[in-house]
Design a protein around this ligand. Structure first.
Ligand code: ATP
Ligand code: LTN
Length: 334
């Protein structure tokens, strides 16, 4: 608890440009959570280097992501928006937790298996212990809830196991976190292969709408979106491409899928795709404008980075000192 509020932690990697999926499935849902929770949203740059990165590019992307958090509407006074690498407690706690995590547990992580297959030339120890660093992120702030997508639930489960194991030995040190399942956690699918999720690391640029795509690009990508030969705008599993477009349109307009079906009853896919494209453009335009304004305001972004890193450090250090004492490290002499 911080000031009587439960704590929420989440993070995003600064690898690739954010997509409409990241926005609709995560960012957009984060905006109102600060009313109920004390929120920490990290740009998890330590996690990013488990895969080889170009340094200048990583630095740029990390800053862009932090700017985008604010442009999307996260108020940096009410939410702690910071770089993971600016709070050394993440690494320090991660080391300790490594000693409370079993190889067998980490071996079962499906993301490790996937990433190891994808980066066969660089299966480094960091990739293997990635979930322990993620556990440290969460436990460092004594988070009660963690909004994550389905793909991260296994990592949250191991976080809970590590916390419970530690607590069983040393007493109640860590809050055991729960996944936070958002109300509108729409899973947005690839525009080219609607059985897969839209992903920022997709190799086909037509599969994803990036938050910074210009209106022409957005309209073109929707025109090319894979559909079917049913020629009916219906919300049913046999039409995954159309279902996905209905979901996107619903989130943009606030209309229910049934209302969307009615609105496009008897109309062709061309009309529908145009409407979806226009709805997305009108959602992204203000976000892009705010992003452009913020990017020009270097001093403001710098002050957010500095102040929020200090705030995060304050809470992180509190937990870290407690943990260090519990495991038996000598007290610091002041
Ligand atoms: P990568 O391609 O690098 O794995 P990603 O686009 O899948 O990235 P993540 O960084 O894994 O995105 O996820 C960031 C957040 O966005 C998570 O909370 C995740 O659940 C959410 N998210 C990612 N893709 C989608 C999607 N297609 N629909 C809804 N939510 C999504
Ligand atoms: N692994 C997550 C990003 C992430 C995270 C976290 C999410 C790192 N640390 C802590 C929630 C809580 C991802 O790839 N989406």
């Amino acid at each position: 608890m911080i000031d009587g509020k439960k704590v929420l932690f989440s993070g995003m990697q600064a690898t690739g440009s954010l997509t409409l999926g990241n926005y609709m499935g995560a960012l957009k849902n984060w905006l109102t959570l600060c009313e109920e929770y004390e929120c920490f949203y990290s740009v998890v740059d330590l996690h990013s280097i488990t895969v080889r990165q170009e340094p200048a590019e990583l630095r740029k992307r990390a800053r862009n992501l932090l700017t985008l958090y604010i442009a999307a509407g996260l108020d940096p006074v009410k939410n702690c928006l910071y770089y993971q690498s600016h709070v050394s407690g993440h690494c320090e706690l991660s080391w300790i937790l490594n000693c409370f995590t079993y190889m067998g547990e980490l071996n079962r992580m499906t993301q490790f298996k996937d990433k190891a297959a994808k980066h066969a030339d660089n299966i480094n120890a960091g990739l293997f212990t990635y979930p322990v660093l993620m556990a440290a992120d969460i436990l460092l702030y004594q988070a009660d809830v963690v909004p994550v997508g389905k793909d991260q639930l296994q990592h949250l489960e191991i976080t809970r196991d590590i916390a419970q194991r530690f607590n069983a030995i040393y007493g109640d040190v860590f809050t055991v976190p729960e996944p936070y399942i958002g109300k509108t956690g729409a899973s947005i699918k690839s525009l080219q292969a609607p059985e897969k999720k839209m992903s920022k690391s997709d190799e086909n640029p037509n599969a994803s709408i990036y938050l910074m795509d210009d209106p022409d690009t957005i309209m073109r990508k929707f025109k090319r979106a894979v559909t079917d030969s049913e020629a009916q705008v219906r919300y049913r599993p046999e039409q995954p491409g159309i279902c996905n477009l209905i979901n996107i349109y619903s989130v943009c307009t606030g209309k229910s899928p049934e209302e969307v079906e009615k609105e496009f009853d008897g109309r062709g896919y061309g009309d529908f795709k145009t409407a979806v494209g226009e709805a997305v453009v009108s959602v992204l335009k203000p976000l892009q404008e705010r992003y452009a304004d913020l990017s020009r305001n270097k001093d403001y972004i710098d002050s957010v980075i500095k102040n929020n890193a200090e705030k995060a450090n304050h809470y992180a250090t509190k937990t870290l000192r407690k943990v260090q004492k519990k495991v038996g490290f000598p007290e610091r002499i002041r």
